[in-house]
Every structure is written in structure tokens, then in C-alpha cells.
Design a protein. Sequence first.
Length: 125
Amino acid sequence: MTRASIAAFAFAAAAALSGAGAAGAVRIVSQPEGAYETLLADVVLPGGTAGYVILRPCGGCERISLRVTSATAWSVDGTAVPFAELIAAAEGLRGADGGADTAVYVYYDIASGLVNRLALDRLGD
């Protein structure tokens, strides 16, 4: 072994050992937001910015309702829109196939159950 390769090996060993102490550190991770993903055909959208979105989290699950507020953010295909535009888009997307080709993502605050964001996304686009 050359002197340079010994130095490189020693440096690599020291770097590996210095990280070993941190690997055992405790880290608490919180999850402030939960999410549901379903099809537009299976969702009842709120009638206004102070209402409820109703959905079934899974095929055999009971329906749940989550409250939306004026602070809820709305988007269609990745673009932020006002509530009225989201509803108009949803009506148009339900037209041809009943909403079977559109995903609805509902992101909510776990502690309060309030909806932070609601997004529509056309599948396959």
C-alpha cells in the first residue's frame, strides 16, 4: 500500500466511525397532515367554502365528512383555483364519465380534521 492509499483508507474509516454515533440518535417525526385519494365519482364536494367534503376512504369503509373552510386551498390539475372554478371543473369532469377518470386528493389536518387542500387531477393526462 502506498502512503496516499493508507491516508485515504484512514480518512474513510474515520468518516464512517464519526457517523456511527449519530445513527443511534432518536428522531421524533410528526405527521401534521393526512390525506385521502379517491375518484371524483365517489366524492360529494362541498356546497361552499364553509361546508363538508364527503368521501369513502376505502371500498368497505363508512363514508366520512371533513370540514372545509375559507382557508382551504383548491386546485385543478396542479393549478391553484378559486372554489367556484374547482366546482365548475368538477361538473365538467363528471359530464362524460361521471368522474371515473378524475382523482380527488383531500389533505387534512390530523389534529383538527379540517381540510387544508383539495385537488382534482385528471388521470392519464
